[in-house]
Design a protein around this ligand. Structure first.
Ligand code: KG4
Ligand code: ZN
Length: 336
């Protein structure tokens, strides 16, 4: 089966086509992505109304681009998948509305995919996909979760953030240091020239005894430190960036290792935008190598939001026999 996937939950419009006849996982035939980051940058964050409008502008041209590069037509598509949430309501409605309308016009089923399942299964887009079961660290701009993944569709939440997500902690700290949105990659770049031990910042919930996270207090501590530095902030920015990154990464690392020992699993998947962070990757790699644990990451281009992960998650669900296509074909109702 050919599965078209559409992602529109936040500020990236992504479209992709996978083929489920490939084994052991679907094969990516083509994908296209449009990032709205430049459009939102002057506002210091995503403006939901602008995001929805831009998804509308981009989604069909991207779909045409994908079909052309895969040398297929929409008539060849068997299932149309879309992100059903979580995300910005108006943005999600664009993807869902377009997917369901196309599907209804073509007489094909439309299926909603959970955005986080897309991130979780994004490492299966790489040439060396993981095997089940594994622990997944899902770190994005909106979520921070540790999961036990036994099979496609079989997920156990081990712990999650009780307030801000790790990406949010990066972005908010970067913003108050004057960096453009989204600040995570900017902060990481600046941190390369700084000392991670220069400022003592809190490691929230590090010794909580469970696998939950809390990052809201860290942002406040960074703000307090920035205020204390006053005019000195400019010259100490790299040190403050490095100290912020060190605090976030240490908590993510320690909790992930605790999840691995608690579950006794030997494989780790790291997904979501913060999974692109080089310090997080190097520390996880070193700690896991020491313990004989394999770590899998999505390709860098599939760490942040994209259509390929949505098409892949839909394709893997179809391959696992978890989808009732007849039910989907007979009803195009959606609830984002
Ligand atoms: O997964 P994603 O595209 O969006 C959500 O679903 O939320 O992740 C975006 C997040 C942003 O917070 C961004 O700052 C962060 O990922 N991010 C990074 C890096 N690259 C992206 N954070 C730290 N270091 C990076 N290299
Ligand atoms: Zn995401």
């Amino acid at each position: 089966m050919l599965v078209l996937g559409i992602e529109s939950s936040c500020d990236e419009t992504g479209v992709a086509l996978v083929d489920t006849s490939a084994s052991p996982v679907p094969r990516l035939l083509a994908h296209a992505l449009y990032s709205q980051i430049a459009m939102h940058q002057p506002y210091g964050g995503v403006v939901p109304e602008l995001a929805s409008r831009d998804h509308i502008r981009r989604v069909l041209p991207l779909t045409q681009e994908v079909m052309k590069s895969a040398q297929r037509t929409l008539a060849d598509v068997d299932v149309i998948a879309y992100t059903r949430g979580p995300g910005l309501a108006g943005a999600l409605l664009v993807g869902a509305g377009v997917a369901c309308s196309l599907a209804a016009a073509l007489g094909k089923p439309a299926m909603g995919v959970h955005h986080l399942e897309g991130h979780l299964l994004s490492p299966f887009l790489s040439a060396d996909p993981p095997e089940f079961p594994f622990v997944a660290l899902l770190v994005s701009g909106g979520h921070t979760q540790l999961m036990r993944v036994d099979q496609v569709g079989s997920y156990e939440l081990l712990g999650e953030t009780i307030d801000d997500a790790a990406g949010e902690a990066f972005d908010k700290s970067a913003k108050l240091m004057g960096m453009p949105y989204p600040g995570g990659p900017h902060l990481a770049r600046l941190a390369l020239g700084g000392d991670g031990a220069a400022f003592k910042l809190p490691r929230p919930l590090l010794h909580s005894g469970n696998l939950d996270f809390s990052f809201a207090g860290l942002k406040t501590a960074v703000l307090t430190q920035a205020k204390k530095l006053g005019t000195e902030l400019e010259s100490r920015k790299a040190d403050l960036a490095a100290s912020t990154q060190a605090a976030i990464v240490e908590v993510l690392l320690k909790k992930t290792l605790a999840a691995l020992s608690q579950t006794a699993l030997r494989r780790l998947v790291v997904a979501g935008g913060v999974g692109a962070n080089a310090l997080l990757r190097s520390q996880l790699n070193a700690a896991c190598q020491q313990r004989g644990i394999r770590v899998h990451y999505p390709e860098l281009e599939f760490c942040t939001d994209n259509g390929a992960m949505i098409a892949m998650a839909a394709g893997m669900r179809l391959q696992a026999g978890l989808v009732n296509l007849d039910a989907l074909r007979s009803s195009y109702t959606f609830d984002v």
